[in-house]
Structure formats: C-alpha cells, structure tokens
Design a protein around this ligand. Structure first.
Ligand code: GLN
Length: 228
C-alpha cells in the first residue's frame, strides 16, 4: 500500500528539471505531464527495480542537494558527468554524448570561433556546465533557472548569446526561428544519472538497466523516438 505522500518502498523518486527538451519537458494534454528521453529511461530503471517511478520537478541547481538529503533517489536531468560533481555524487555509466552550442539572433554575424566569445554577454542555465564554462570567456554571465528564460533574454536583446547543450538548443531553436545555432569546437560532455554515494546497489541496478536496454535495442528505439 502506498502511504500517499513522501517516499515509500514501492516508489523510486527521480529528480529532474523539466525544461530540457527532448530529455525532460512538460507537455501533453493538460500540459502538466513530464516526458522525455531521460524520463523513459528512468521509468525502465524503476520497473527493473520493481518500483513505480515518481518524478519530482525542481530547479537544476537544487538537484544534487535534494539527492544528498534523501528527498530524491536519483537524478535524470541531462546532467554532465564532471569531476567536481563526482566529489558529491556517483554517476552511472555515460548514457548520452552532447556538447555545448551557441544560440544568437539570426542576423548576428559576430561569432565564428571560440575566440569571438570573449567579453560577450552570456545567458546560461544556473549551475550548468555552460554556466561554469562561460566564465572562461567573460565576466558578463547572467544565469537563469531554465534555458527557456535564457532564450527569452536573448530574443529581447538583453544578452549577446545563450550557451546551452546541443539537443535542447536545437529543440528551442525549432520553436524560435528568429534565432540561429552556431556549433563551435567545444569538448564533448557525457550525461550520467546521479545517485547518492550511499546507494551503490541502486547505481548497480541503473547500470544494469542501461546495459540491457542497449543490448535489447530499446535504447536505440528511444533515441529514434526522442531525438529529431
Ligand atoms: N548538461 C548540462 C549540465 O549538466 C546542462 C543540464 C541541464 O540544464 N539540465 O550542467
């Protein structure tokens, strides 16, 4: 029996920031269902563990704190595996390779290479790898709770560019034809599911699910379904 609130043994709670399409976003009829590639993977992870998945939508910047305070069991949020984050959480095997890209207004011809980013006014998602990376190029970084807000700022001409992960950038671009996407020579990033360091069994079970989904073709089917 479910207790109705809080965590129960039958429920696996995943934390996400559902403003990162196609990995996690709010959509569907009624508009409040959280969907996406990460959510589908998370659902299979819960199923394999014999549990029901519960999705907690929160600020990206709050995810690691929520994990380490036991509010959520794992993070599925397009989170890049970084040495800094590995000090406080464990990551699954990498499940997706991404990179940063730049979004600018369509008529902006100022950016051709990484050097052109110097001194520009960046908009980023708070606490993201883009947020950290932007500081290598400029003092002017405005951080928002969602990529959506960062893009609004760009469209309003308040910043020069948005630095954001490749897939969500492409996804936002599809809805904002007045912008354009510039691919530069950024390093690849690898997304992983984050688990508390005190939950090695859960980490193992996540890795087993991922490995099984790759072998069965289920992983590729989800890629084909979600990445356009
Ligand atoms: N991959 C980026 C990071 O880990 C952005 C993730 C996100 O905004 N959901 O920081």
């Amino acid at each position: 029996l479910l207790t109705g609130c809080g965590k129960s043994d039958d429920v696996l709670v995943v934390g996400t920031n559902a403003a990162f399409p196609p990995f996690e976003y709010v959509g569907g009829i009624g508009g409040d269902e959280i969907k996406g590639f990460d959510i589908d993977l998370a659902r299979q992870i819960a199923k394999d563990a014999g549990k029901t998945l519960k999705v907690e939508n929160m600020k990206f910047d709050s995810l690691i704190v929520a994990l380490n305070s036991g509010k959520i069991d794992f993070i599925a949020s397009g989170m890049t595996i970084t040495p800094e984050r590995q000090k406080s959480v464990d990551f699954s095997a990498p499940y997706y390779e991404a990179t940063q890209v730049v979004l600018v207004n369509k008529n902006d011809e100022a950016i051709h290479g990484l050097d052109d980013l110097k001194g520009k006014h960046f908009a980023v998602q708070l606490g993201s790898t883009a947020d950290i990376m932007a500081k290598q190029y400029t003092q002017e970084v405005t951080a928002f709770n969602t990529g959506f807000e960062a893009i609004k700022e760009l469209k309003n001409g308040k910043v020069d560019l948005v630095l954001f992960d490749s897939e969500p950038a492409a996804s936002y671009l599809a809805k904002n034809p007045e912008l354009k996407l510039i691919s530069l020579d950024f390093e690849p990033e690898f997304y992983g599911f984050a688990v508390s360091k005190s939950q090695p069994e859960l980490l193992k079970s996540i890795n087993t699910t991922l490995a099984n989904m790759k072998v069965s073709g289920q992983y590729d089917a989800l890629i084909a379904q979600h990445m356009k």
